[in-house]
Design a protein around this ligand. Structure first.
Ligand SMILES: Nc1ncnc2c1ncn2[C@@H]1O[C@H](COP(=O)(O)OP(=O)(O)O)[C@@H](O)[C@H]1O
Ligand SMILES: [Mg+2]
Length: 230
């Protein structure tokens, strides 16, 4: 339509609507979708929470699926990771058997998942299981390399039970590769151990201990063995 025809068209339209007594006052425009529909921020938040929880559940043993932590320093750490995974330190939970280290570790990761992070990846294992899976001959070279790549680069890594395996040059080198890689890239690790931080140099060697001390927030878990006091 050229401009003259357009003007004539709208003038005619206005006359007709006036003659028919139609109300042409513009009403409110509903351009915000409802919370349960795509396009609404709440919808996308729920999608992210569900995706993160699915990944959490895939990695988590049944005993710790609903773990939550009330420990304020552990909660603070999880909130730091949720706010910016590239700026958060690693976390070391240490203390006696049954004080709730593994529970708090999974609880912290669940807390992160529940914030609906934009990028969430999680791998959980114990040191003994990890060494067993990475040992030459445990599986095909490609499979072991794939596992190592994930351990090195997954956004959140949980390594349970540090210091329970008898150390050897191979375990020390493997641990060094993992710790050094994640230290350099500032990728968070959650470690649990029955041993106090002061025992790290003797347990892991100075190169690993020094990096772990710098990169972790250390939280002592105290109290009785929960398994015996139910
Ligand atoms: N805060 C908690 N609330 C409820 N149960 C807990 C809590 N912390 C630990 N538990 C339970 O106590 C037991 C021992 O905890 P766990 O984390 O496995 O101990 P640790 O790893 O220190 O040896 C587990 O059955 C765990 O589910
Ligand atoms: Mg444990």
């Amino acid at each position: 339509m050229n401009t003259t025809t357009e003007t004539q068209f709208f003038a005619r339209l206005a006359r007709i609507t006036r003659e028919k007594g139609l109300d042409t006052t513009p009403g409110p425009v509903e351009d915000m979708p409802r919370p349960e529909l795509p396009g609404h921020p709440a919808y996308h938040h729920t999608q992210r929470v569900n995706a993160a929880l699915t990944k959490f559940e895939r990695m988590t043993p049944p005993r710790y699926l609903t773990a939550s932590t009330e420990h304020s320093r552990v909660c603070d750490w999880a909130d730091q990771v949720a706010a910016d995974v590239t700026q958060a330190p690693s976390l070391m939970l240490w203390g006696g058997t049954g004080t709730g280290k593994t529970h708090a570790a999974f609880g912290a990761v669940r807390r992160i998942a529940l914030t609906g992070p934009t990028r969430f990846g999680f791998l959980a294992t114990t040191f003994p299981d990890l060494y067993a899976a990475l040992r030459p001959g445990a599986s095909g070279d490609q499979e072991r390399e794939r596992l190592m790549r994930r351990v090195l680069s997954v956004p959140v890594l949980l390594l349970d039970d540090l210091g329970t395996t008898k150390s050897s040059p191979w375990t020390e080198e493997t641990t060094y590769r993992i710790v050094n890689h994640r230290y350099n890239r500032m990728l968070p690790v959650i470690l649990t151990s029955n041993e106090p931080p002061a025992a790290l140099p003797e347990l892991m060697g100075d190169r690993i201990a020094s990096r772990l001390i710098e990169m972790t927030t250390r939280v002592e878990m105290t109290g009785a063995d929960r398994r015996l006091t139910r």
